[in-house]
Design a binder for this molecule. Sequence first.
Ligand SMILES: [Zn+2]
Length: 281
Amino acid sequence: MGAHFSIARGLDRAVRTAAAHGCTALQIFTKNASTWKERTLLPEEIDAFKAAQRATGITHVAAHAAYLLNLASPEPGKHRMSLDALRQELERSSALGIAHVVLHPGNHMGAGEGEGIQKIIAAINGVFDACRAPGTRLLLETTAGQGSSLGGRFEHLRSILDGIFDPDRVAVCLDTSHIFAAGYDIRTREAYEKTLAAFDDIIGLDRLELIHLNDSKRKLGSRVDRHEHVGEGYIGMDAFRFIMQEPRFEAIPKIIETPKFKGALEYDRVNLDRLRALVNP
Ligand SMILES: [Zn+2]
């Protein structure tokens, strides 16, 4: 159980902040996520990060790829930059011993779903060819299906997984806020079971390796990606109870990406406590 924390004051600081919140898992950006500028890690940074992990008992770290990446971009320049950025992200994460790199599959920008998916498959295969990144797996994240983004249907992720030559290097991250906005209901026991069955049929629960626990500021099927505090959005508390008590998810790391503050209050602690309280009440 963990949250996304900033690396602004150092990679090792993010680990210590997570530990101070009682986390056993953590998600970070390994570089500034809103620019193309890459970052080369110093050996001291890598050592400090690994030492902080050993000292705190944070057992699982995920890295989220930068938002600018679009493996389906029809613009050759953007496409090339995205491939290069993904390769560097995988290499950086591997050097840090990070198990998972989370990626939004891409936006076809009007080229069509089929073409977008083929472009993403070729891109990932190419990046995998260009780097080994031992110990690090790429996770395709379910998306809200906003605009031309791919990943709003479980079928999109299935198609991409099917095209990857080295299937051991890819798996899936499920985001509650995204699937809900994409139209998959989880608010009642019946709806939750139906959505889980669809995920299992189409993708396979054995491919699920990370869960993002966020409530949604927007309604079911809105296709708008806006995260809300746990239990305070349109999803509501019941869905989080189903997930936190789900035996099939017991070993899967769960990360919140909820807003950091509510007014002046630091809210990660509140959201994490809310979720922890749902386990074996
Ligand atoms: Zn997410």
